[in-house]
Design a protein around this ligand. Structure first.
Ligand code: GLY
Ligand code: MN
Ligand code: MN
Length: 445
């Protein structure tokens, strides 16, 4: 069994528990950039999770009935196209290599799908997420047209992503191994950028170092657009590496992670362009670091998804009061600041998100099975071993009246990737230094 065939079998079991049916999970379409140049191809995460197959124009179909079957539809071999675009498995070799019970050319779906859907109680398919909705309608129409011959069409459509999101939220051993490696490579890339950093370079110079390290270690591409933000650019949350010059006295915020064999890392480090933190920079940095430690401390079974955020907010808000970022005389006590949300002036995002094949990975954040009174929200999800979340507090100071000027334009975030374990969590991104002393030491050498 490969991890992919194990996952297919698990999904079939879950479908059977809902009365059985047919699951249809297409991969992503190719997207043209202009004329005959296309965007780099990235398969669909759900499809890949169940197949390990990376070619476009492919669909996994799972039959969950008394006699379960797994089927792959994929491109035919085409020696002419293979001269231009490279090797294609074709259905026979793909079936053999990827362990499906059957495989057909993608064009055969028009004929095969109505047969497969005939008399199936349900379809398990994510409507509105890809370009197969119309095709499915057509296949269902064909099945209904056989009604007078006694064939029954599926009466229910289940969103197959609901089942798959829950599976993907808990990482298996193969996924954890890949995520650890993605974390190691990404941390090395951050170290590389820190080592080379000095005033006079450009944001894109550091981005180039990140990309170089990702690729030379075997990562296929970045997991998301790298943020390399010097000085006040760090206060723009979705800034991308651009062409600003690193100035003496600037902090540089880098939020970058690689994708390795479909799994993402997501790391942020903030360091001084010249290798030495100034007094005010260090003050705020220590607050963010302490808040991250507080959040990591409660990233463990028995705690909820939002406990890390709440722990981080307490430390950050206290720091804002201590430094005078927030004026005690105006905002009141720590409890007031938390209750009224005044901390949001300097910390306006959440402290974590699920991480996996997608950087903002799938998975419910609330416990949808919990019983609550009408009108109440479901509680936040309890953390369990195998979940992976980021822990990423920050402080971003835009100039404003009453805000001490020495902190203006400072933007700091520290982000690591935590695998929840039986007893706590494992930080998979420790290779990049986090403390002031460790960052300055690395940059000195
Ligand atoms: N890099 C995206 C995030 O930190 O959420
Ligand atoms: Mn993140
Ligand atoms: Mn990030």
């Amino acid at each position: 069994m490969t991890p992919y065939s194990t996952r297919r079998a698990r999904l079939i079991n879950l479908m059977q528990a809902q009365g059985g049916g047919v699951a249809i999970i297409p991969t992503a379409p190719e997207v043209m950039r202009n004329r005959d140049a296309d965007y780099p191809y990235r398969h669909d995460s759900y499809f890949y999770y169940l197949s390990g197959f990376m070619e476009p124009e492919a669909v996994v179909v799972l039959i969950a009935c008394e006699n379960p079957r797994t089927i792959l539809f994929c491109r035919e071999k085409n020696l002419e196209r293979e001269i231009w675009d490279g090797y294609r498995y074709g259905p026979d070799a793909a079936r053999e290599k990827f362990g499906f019970d059957a495989a057909f050319p993608i064009e055969a779906m028009a004929v095969e799908m109505p047969k497969l859907l005939a008399d199936a109680p349900s379809v398990f398919y994510a409507l509105g997420q890809n370009d197969y909705d119309e095709k499915l309608q057509g296949w269902l129409g064909s099945v209904r047209a056989m009604g007078r011959a006694g064939v029954v069409a599926p009466s229910t459509i289940h969103n197959v992503h609901v089942l798959l999101d829950e599976m993907r939220l808990f990482k298996d051993a193969d996924e954890i191994a890949l995520m650890r490696r993605a974390g190691v490579i990404s941390a090395e890339a951050h170290c590389r950028a820190m080592r080379i950093s000095r005033p006079g370079l450009y944001e894109y110079t550091l981005e180039a170092e990140l990309l170089h390290e990702f690729r030379r270690k075997g990562s296929q591409y970045p997991a998301y657009g790298s943020i390399v933000a010097t000085g006040s650019n760090a206060c723009v949350l979705h800034y991308r590496a651009s062409d600003a010059v690193l100035k003496d006295g600037d902090l540089v915020l880098i939020d970058a992670g690689c994708e390795l064999d479909s799994y993402a890392a997501d790391i942020t480090r903030t360091f001084p362009a010249n290798g030495v933190f100034s007094g005010p920079q260090k003050e705020l940095y220590e607050i963010v670091l302490a808040s991250q430690n507080a959040a990591i401390e409660v990233t463990r079974p028995g705690k909820h998804f939002m406990d890390g955020h709440d722990a981080a907010v307490r430390v950050l808000a206290q720091g804002m009061l201590d430094t005078g970022l927030l004026n005690k005389n105006k905002v009141g006590t720590l409890e007031d600041v938390i209750a009224n949300g005044d901390f949001r002036q300097f910390y306006m995002h959440r402290t974590g998100h699920w991480l996996g094949m997608d950087v903002h990975d799938v998975g419910e954040y609330r416990d949808l099975n919990a019983a609550v009174a009408e009108g109440e929200s479901k509680p936040w999800r309890g953390l369990q071993p195998g979940m992976v979340t980021t822990v990423e507090p920050g402080i971003y100071v835009r100039p404003a009246e009453g805000v001490p000027e020495k902190y203006w334009h400072i933007g700091i975030r520290i982000e690591d990737d935590a695998l929840v374990t039986e007893t706590g969590c494992e930080i998979m991104t420790t290779g990049a230094p986090r403390t002031v002393a460790d960052i300055e030491a690395l940059m000195r050498n």
